[in-house]
Design a protein around this ligand. Sequence first.
Ligand code: NAP
Length: 276
Amino acid sequence: MQKVEANGASIPVLGLGTWTLKDAACVALVSKALSIGYRHVDTAAAYGNEEAVGEGIRASGVDREALFVTTKVWWTDIAAGDLERSAEASLERLGLDRLDLLLIHWPNPQVPLADSIRALNRMRETGLTRHIGVSNFTTALLAEAIRLSDAPLVANQVEYHPYLDQDQVWRACRAAGMAMVSYCPLARGSRLFDDPAVAGAAARHGKTPAQIVLRWHVQQEGVVAIPRTSNPARLSENADIFDFALSDAEMAAISALGAAGQRICDYDFSPAWDAA
Ligand SMILES: NC(=O)c1ccc[n+]([C@@H]2O[C@H](COP(=O)([O-])OP(=O)(O)OC[C@H]3O[C@@H](n4cnc5c(N)ncnc54)[C@H](OP(=O)(O)O)[C@@H]3O)[C@@H](O)[C@H]2O)c1
């Protein structure tokens, strides 16, 4: 699988998102995904499925060294001491010796960022994780996090899909040598799939709309996508995106949809987002 090189991390460009996947269904999906070639799994303490993700990894029989496993510390747990406890509990639940990437899930204005970033660095120094990064960080927060971190941050995981322009965050990530990991990469499906820019490309390439959208992600420099599906049949559909390329015009037409500025994950604890 193609990888994004980011400050020493080699991140497979396609990962399996696991939010909402639970218990036996989660075990089966993770195991199946890895058996058909996925090499990257995204979970979080807040998803309540780390045990199942770990079980799925073991059930797949795929060599641990070939995999890239990310988990996240929830924003209420990022004070010094809490972050370490959360990360250790995640590792224990996953049943792994080490994480590949540990992220701060969301920023928390009540906690000094310097404390959280120091704790994150400690988790790397102790070997609990190979790499560290952030999620839902604006360009201003990202600049501050980069300044405060001893080790390079390797990724900012943010909402990104054709209906949300993330050019500013993308530029900030690229300038820092970081990957931008797209969550909600399919904008949760349905309406986007009927958009003429997507549906037209799907008809031209003999691909499904989901494949067109995922191809659009991975065809951008430094971008990684982590689509979720609860449907085993869609796992291979979503991974079958490496045998064709979108033209510059098709890429531009899909990117132009970003003017819609539609954000799916926006909560009362979200930071003040960058203006598009
Ligand atoms: N860092 C953060 O704050 C944050 C926030 C949100 C998400 N995430 C991560 O990002 C991952 C992905 O985001 P997401 O789960 O919110 O949204 P998403 O991947 O954009 O969309 C998932 C939805 O798309 C459908 N889908 C998937 N493949 C499809 C296909 N080939 N054809 C038609 N429909 C398809 C799924 O339905 P079926 O299940 O029926 O296939 C599901 O309803 C999450 O699972 C999580 O790991 C991170």
